[in-house]
Design a protein around this ligand. Structure first.
Ligand SMILES: Nc1ncnc2c1ncn2[C@@H]1O[C@H](COP(=O)(O)OP(=O)(O)OP(=O)(O)O)[C@@H](O)[C@H]1O
Length: 254
């Protein structure tokens, strides 16, 4: 049986992330078992996998929240698995995360939520620079008028946009999305798909997107991989995997 191989082998320049021979287990539960992956620069890669396949564990290993048992995760010039906490902070500043719950601070206005990462990471930034950056990211997510609102005054889709604006404000090179459209109505979900694409184009970001929403996968993915039995079981474009006769792949496209 032929597993699609997609864009593998196409020269795309220096990769954004290279994962080699990654292993992670909890007790007897082997979650990642010789997992390998290369994320190219400016590529959107979707990771598909059943519940419990290890998608979140993979993301947590990439951002250094979990230490793998073996293997390398190369981001730029660094192997994330070998870094101290201080060094990890430096590598993490290149990465943005969009988690399921959005994690906006309820007691802060939209503006304060957006300023928060700037104040934390950029000590020397002037108020004028902060104001300009807040205005720019709000404009980019189509919510220029919301700076003085509280998160509770926004719809779920708007909150997701603000969370994405907050991720973008530090201009990350890499973005990790965990279920970006979960819990949104179909119209709002499609807006978020488009936003992911427009941010990729505008900021030249490389992204890993965990999603079960096949519309989101179809719209956003340059490449799709299937995580199964701790390994990268298949990879290819959406169209290549959609045409696969392999039962393990087909079930995601039915
Ligand atoms: N800190 C932990 N301690 C022990 N087991 C863990 C821990 N984190 C994850 N696991 C186990 O690792 C496996 C993979 O979990 P993970 O959350 O990565 O799945 P997932 O693919 O993201 O699933 P879902 O789509 O449901 O979010 C599961 O069996 C889970 O119980």
């Amino acid at each position: 049986m032929k597993i699609p191989t997609g864009k593998t082998g196409t020269p795309m320049g220096e990769p954004a992330i290279v994962i080699e021979h990654l292993y992670k287990q909890f007790g007897n539960n082997i979650v990642l078992n010789d997992f390998n992956l290369t994320l190219q620069k400016e590529e959107n890669m979707v990771v598909l996998g059943k519940s419990g396949a290890g998608k979140s564990v993979l993301i947590k290993c990439i951002i250094g929240l979990l230490r793998p048992d073996k293997g390398k995760i190369i981001v730029g010039a660094d192997d994330v698995t070998k870094l101290t906490h201080e060094e990890l902070d430096r590598v993490r500043s290149k990465m943005g995360f969009l988690f399921q719950g959005n994690a906006l601070y309820d007691s802060m206005t939209v503006r304060e939520n957006l300023e928060f990462p700037l104040r934390r990471h950029w000590i020397d930034v002037t108020q004028k620079q902060v104001d300009d950056m807040v205005a720019e990211v709000l404009e980019n997510v189509g919510l220029a008028q919301t700076a003085d609102l509280m998160p509770a005054e926004l719809s779920g889709g708007m909150q997701k946009r603000i969370a994405l604006a907050r991720t973008m404000i530090l201009k990350p090179e890499i973005i990790l999305y965990d279920e970006p459209t979960t819990g949104l109505d179909p119209v709002t979900a499609r807006e978020i798909d488009k936003l992911i694409l427009s941010l990729q184009e505008k900021y030249h970001t490389s992204s890993i997107i965990i999603s079960h929403d096949m519309n989101c996968v179809k719209t956003t993915a340059d490449r799709v991989i299937l995580l199964l039995d701790g390994k990268c079981y298949a990879e290819g474009t959406y169209q290549e995997l959609e045409q696969s006769a392999d039962e393990n792949i087909k079930q995601f496209f039915e």
